[in-house]
Structures are given as C-alpha cells and as structure tokens.
Write a protein that binds this ligand. Sequence first.
Ligand SMILES: Nc1ncnc2c1ncn2[C@@H]1O[C@H](COP(=O)(O)OP(=O)(O)OP(=O)(O)O)[C@@H](O)[C@H]1O
Ligand SMILES: [Mg+2]
Length: 434
Amino acid sequence: MSTYNPFENMEQKVEAAFEGLNVLSSSYVPEYFPHREQQIESMVKALGVILKNNRASNLILYGKSGTGKTSVTKYITNMLREATSNKVRVIYINCQVYDSPYSIMVTIVNSITDDVNSQIPSLGWPLDKIYQEFLNRMNGSNKYVLVVLDEIDKLVEKNGGDSLYVILKAVDEELIGSRISIIGITNYTSFAEKLDARVRSRLNQESIIFQPYDATQLRDILAERLKSLNGKGVIEDSAINLCAAIAAREHGDARKAIDLMRISIEMAIREHSDKVTEREVYRARNKFELDVLHESVRSLPLHTKIVLLSVVLTQRVANRPIYTGEVYENYRRICEELSMQALTSRRVSDLLADLDDIGLIVSLNKSLGRAGRSRFLRVPDHLDLIEEYVLEDEQLSTFKGVKLSKQQRLRGITEDDERDLRDLLNARIDRHQG
Ligand SMILES: Nc1ncnc2c1ncn2[C@@H]1O[C@H](COP(=O)(O)OP(=O)(O)OP(=O)(O)O)[C@@H](O)[C@H]1O
Ligand SMILES: [Mg+2]
C-alpha cells in the first residue's frame, strides 16, 4: 500500500511557495505603515500626553476608504497600551454595528471592567442609570479609557447629531477626572461641519487627515506586505505595479491593492502556475468587479431589483437608448406578473436615480425638440449577469418572463438624436470607468 498521492503533492508544491498568505488577509495588522509616518506622529503626539497623566484631546480621523485609518488606529492604541503597561483601556466600537447612542453607552460601560459577571443588559436600563453606572465604574478603575468610534458618520446619519451629545456628556471631563478621550473615524471630510457647534467643539479638538495613496506609495505598501511571503520571488514586479496602479485609480485604496494581489496569487495557486504576472492581476480585477457587481445587486431592496430587471429586459430588446416611461410600463407588467403592488412612477424615478448613484445604470436628462424633456438610460455592461443576480431573490423565484410593452422610439426623436444620446451615455460610462 502506498502513502504517496501524486495529487497531494501537486497542490502542496504551489501552496508552499505562498505560505504566510495571511499577511494579505483583511484582519492582519501590519507593524509598519509606509507613507503614514506623519499621521502616526500626530497621533502619538496627541495621545502621548496620557503617559504624563494628562488627558488627551478628542480626535477625528478623516480619509477615504482604504487609507489606513482603522488599522493605524488599532496599531497605535495597541502600542500605547504596551507603553503604559496596560494602564489604557481601548474600547473599539464600529458604529455600523452599534448604531444607537444607547447601545454604544452600554458597550462602553460593559467594557470598562473585565468582570463578565457584571455586564449590564443591552436593553431596559434608563440612560440615567447607565450614566451612573458608568461613573461608578470609572471611579472604581484607575485606567485611562480611549473610545474609538469607527464609522462615526453612520451613527449621526441614523440618529442625528444629538446622539453624539449623549456620549460626549458621559465623557465630560469635569465629571470623571479627565480619564477618557474619544477617537472618531470617518470617510467624510465635511463630517464635523454638519455637527452643531457644541458637539463639534467638543469632539473635534484635533483632526488628522489620511490622504489617498498614489501608485508609487501603494507599490511600497504592497512590497512591504509581501516581504515576509515565502514565494515573493515568483511575483513579478510588473504585477505589483499593476495592482498599485489599478488601486490608485480607485481613490488610492490600499485595501483594494492588497485584495487584488491576494486574489491574483490565489488564482495562480489554483491554476498551478508558478508565477504571478500581469495576466493574473487583470483576471483578478475582473473577478473582483463581478463580485462587487453581485454584492451590489444582491443588496438592493426588492422593488429596486424589479426596476433594474425592467431596465435590463427593455434595453435587451430595444437596441437604442431607452427612456423612463417604457421602463416604468415594463416594471408595472413585471409586478403584475408577480402579483405585487407596483410603486408609483414617481417612486420608480427615485429608484432609477438610486441605481444611477450606485453605478448600475447611467442616465441622462435631456430635452429633445418635440419630445420634450426625458430621462434616457442604459445599463453599461453585464446584462445577463445582472438579470441572473436579480432573479436570485427568492421573492422573484416565480418570475417566468413577461410580455414587454410594444417597443418604439419616443415620438419626435430622430435617428440622429438617438446617435447623440448613445454617444452621451457612452461618454458617461467611460467617465465612470476612467
Ligand atoms: N500605509 C499602509 N501600510 C500597510 N498597510 C496599509 C497601509 N494603509 C492601509 N493598509 C492596509 O490596507 C487595508 C485597509 O486599511 P484600513 O482598514 O485601515 O482602511 P480605512 O481607512 O479604515 O478604510 P475604511 O474607511 O474603508 O474603513 C488594511 O489591510 C491595512 O492594513
Ligand atoms: Mg476603517
């Protein structure tokens, strides 16, 4: 009996080359952040006063997606904890998960002590009682508390600016001996401007900007991350550069650069290729885009999906720029087929605007001679896939197709107009894909 299995061996060989691929996983926190020296220095300066038993200012960190805000914050707060021999307690809260001031206060109170038996319930306590418990626990502990409110804009979006006041009130330095500070993190540069003055002045005591990375910086970041990878020798420089260039075009997003690199490597492994080249990166990008497309279609509300389905079906038979009226008519027919109540044409216009915002369709408001003002639209790409993804919704599982409204061009529109419209829509698509 042989223990040798040629198949096992085949897999192992390529995988061994890429051992340690976890340095490219999203949960990995690096120890070194190229091109974030300035931000790190500012944070160290702001938080360093804690070492001298002073209160640190509340901070807001601004920056687009993938510019390192969350991971730099986790790194710095870890280092601070170490430097103070655990005299700092860091409470990390993602405001997309804990999305009310109440649940955030409960989380803060429950995190102040390590005692799992003294957890207060997540519902039922009045706010006054929570404040009191908060003060008791703060007074009973000698640690400094740093509350990180990541995606803080989500909290305000959902509960209004006053929600921050609820938290800031608890944090009020007069009350608890200056031993708590807040670090807010947001994607929106105008976040603080929208807050009312009393909240703004308390929260935004200092702000730090995380600029988007350019292609060269992203290349450095990738190279640094790949250093510890066994198989880095088989990743061609041109592949690294391409990942960096693609991500730089997408508002300088390091997450995108790293994800692209990881998918490219996984692709090479799966195909037993012993090299990662530009070819793998291009293919990874395509896979990535389809994953994003899938996710964005899947997460649409039901009627937005039906509207999108109507656009796809209308466009497929029309072979010319289509307009809102016929999309609405076909949407109505689909709803009828599904025995669902159709929304008004006004609501459907709103949903079409949403689809345009997400980039699933492009649209154009244009006044054309006798036809008057109309909105023309187009799905840029992947009609079949979009239809497939829409129909994955269980509530659309009974959909068997529909007789579409009679296809004709809008009255008063000539073939020349159509050509212009098509060019304009294509120009918008090019701009999106820039
Ligand atoms: N300068 C850098 N060096 C090394 N890795 C980096 C750097 N900047 C970002 N990264 C990595 O890029 C990924 C995204 O970073 P992070 O999650 O911190 O971004 P973010 O600014 O919080 O984005 P979002 O606004 O989407 O939450 C992480 O894997 C992080 O480790
Ligand atoms: Mg983040």
